[in-house]
Design a protein around this ligand. Sequence first.
Ligand code: ZN
Length: 335
Amino acid sequence: MFAAGYELAQLERLIQTQGQRLRAQILAQLPGPASPLPLHAIELGTDKPGLPTVLFVGGVHGLERIGTQILLTFLGSLMQRLGWDPHLQAMLSGLRLAFVPLVNPQGMAMGRRANANGVDLMRNAPLEGGRVTPWVGGQRLSARLPWFRGHGELEIETRALTDYCRELRNKSSLLLVLDAHSGFGLEDHLWFPYACHHQPGREIARIFRFWQLFEDSYSHHCHYHCGPQSAVYRTHGDVWDWLSQDDSPVPLLPFTLEMGSWAWVRKNPRQLFNFAGLFNPQKQHRHHRILRRHTILMQFMLELAHSRLLEQLSPAELAGFREQGVKLWYPELLP
Ligand SMILES: [Zn+2]
């Protein structure tokens, strides 16, 4: 549907034309076929320390172009609204928004999942899972096979993204993340750590409260299956697992959105003959629908972070939500 390089060009055009309304930086320069490919980060809203941050990440897997596209569409809409919407302007005086819409520009330019070294950036964190799902959980044998983790060193993209997340977390009161992927199954999934083991993490109470508020507030938009990634399959651990293990007083809630793109294939089986079609909707009306489909969730994340509700839960509330989260997502761990 779009030529290679479309998303990077769109992102750079947005930085050029909206430069006064946002703060842009280049987290890393990656070798490209003609010239280096930049890994861009964009921020808008406040830059005062001690306030909440929402971070949107996309394009970790080069084939999953729709993730980058929904973020650029949302960002473009925010930039337009900033010109006239006093509610959004006021919200952004108490909220930092950050976007890393294209983590793997090499992979996207080459039309492949991995980066130029053949490394799957969701398998590259320095973690060793226990009972990992064979193959899909990650392998160290060869860059020619899928799900290659690398030989133990961090890729430039992994380093740049995790350094940036730590920097954001250090200056925030809360870091809420949505990392947009596509290609797994028929339904939209919303996964949270851990991918490397099946134990509730430190933020299970706030994650439960997040999900409960979304379900209660937008009951007609609950097409997501929300749960720990380990309930579906296990990897050696991704960047979100790794960052969740940091010793920081700032709550980190990272969600991986897996858009169920196989549903698009079912409706249009000819997509099977086009490899990109497994990961991206090919028909225009469906493409537009997918670009709209996650706006409510992204807008909810802004409103919830700005409300600071998740930061203000009392120890008793946290204990109660933790219990409900374990009951919902880890029933087998209950006595
Ligand atoms: Zn992916």
